[in-house]
Design a protein around this ligand. Structure first.
Ligand code: PEP
Ligand code: MN
Length: 279
């Protein structure tokens, strides 16, 4: 018997549907796009507008950035949340942003529509417990990324920490894992999609940007993920990737983003003709 009893898909159990704005995770292919980080009001508003015009359902962008080096750009902090709120209200589109510490939860819930727990914090069990507790009352959606060295069992147990506190609205996100291979930033874990879709009722989305670390392969990885059954994609995009303070090399410009989103939708429609065996 597995320990993640709430995340486990029981026989015949439907995929959990999580409605955010007009998008429904677990029902439609949900596209999240936007820059890695909020850098300034102009940069975020321009990038957000372009992401929406390209077809994104939800915006992304971090105000609090968990960076590997303490000397890298650390995010603009709380002021970034106000910028995200302005973008989502001006453009009428929801937004997801990362929480790196439990005291941020309340203010994030006032400024965004989904709380992200990043790969680095996905095994910070106290944070997961606190996020679960603070979001349980309004069942505020949580997007949980897989740790870069988490097994799928560990990943589902991380989700279980949030579910156990009473919030059923957890979206799982694959973002590549660390292996012996070093040609890409991470090893894209698209193969985990059908396994997770069978094992859990939670929606599963894929992040091609952090998986590969390069904008060059985002299209192919998005198509592979959708063909493998992903419920959504989270793609980094930027109004001026060359000038980005964070992850510009793995961010798409508007034109390419639109092409990727359009083709991903076609693939989703094509595979819906042959539903997975376990449904
Ligand atoms: C991010 O989405 O901005 C991010 C930091 O990703 P990850 O946690 O997957 O590294
Ligand atoms: Mn990033």
């Amino acid at each position: 018997m597995v320990s993640y009893k709430l995340a486990l898909r029981k026989k015949g159990q439907e995929t959990t549907k999580i409605k955010v704005g007009n998008a429904v995770f677990g029902e439609n292919l949900v596209i999240i796009a936007g820059p890695c980080a909020v850098e300034s009001e102009q940069q975020y508003l321009d990038s957000a507008k372009q992401a929406k015009e390209a077809g994104a359902d939800i915006l992304r962008g971090g105000a609090f950035k968990p960076r590997t080096s303490p000397y890298s750009f650390q995010g603009v902090g709380e002021g970034g949340l106000k910028i995200i709120k302005k973008a989502r209200e001006t453009l009428s589109i929801p937004a997801v942003t990362e929480c790196t510490d439990a005291p941020q939860v309340d203010i994030i819930m006032e400024h965004a529509d989904i709380i992200q727990i990043g790969a680095r914090n996905s095994r910070n069990y106290e944070l997961l417990r606190q996020v679960g507790k603070k979001t349980a009352k309004n069942k505020f959606p949580v997007l949980l990324k897989r740790g870069d060295s988490s097994t799928m069992e560990e990943f589902l147990n991380s989700a279980e920490y949030i579910l156990k506190e009473g919030n059923p609205n957890v979206i799982l996100c694959l973002r590549g894992i660390r292996t012996f291979e070093s040609q890409m930033r991470n090893t894209p874990d698209v193969g985990a999609i059908p396994w997770l879709k069978k094992e859990t009722h939670l929606p599963v989305i894929f992040d091609p940007s952090h998986s590969s670390g390069t904008s060059e392969f985002i299209a192919e990885l998005c198509f592979a993920a959708v063909a493998a059954g992903a419920d959504g994609l989270i793609i980094e995009s930027h109004c001026n990737p060359e000038k980005a303070l964070c992850d510009g090399q793995q961010s798409l410009k508007k034109e390419r983003l639109k092409q990727v989103i359009d083709k991903a939708g076609e693939i989703k429609r094509a595979i819906s003709l042959l539903p997975p065996q376990h449904f």
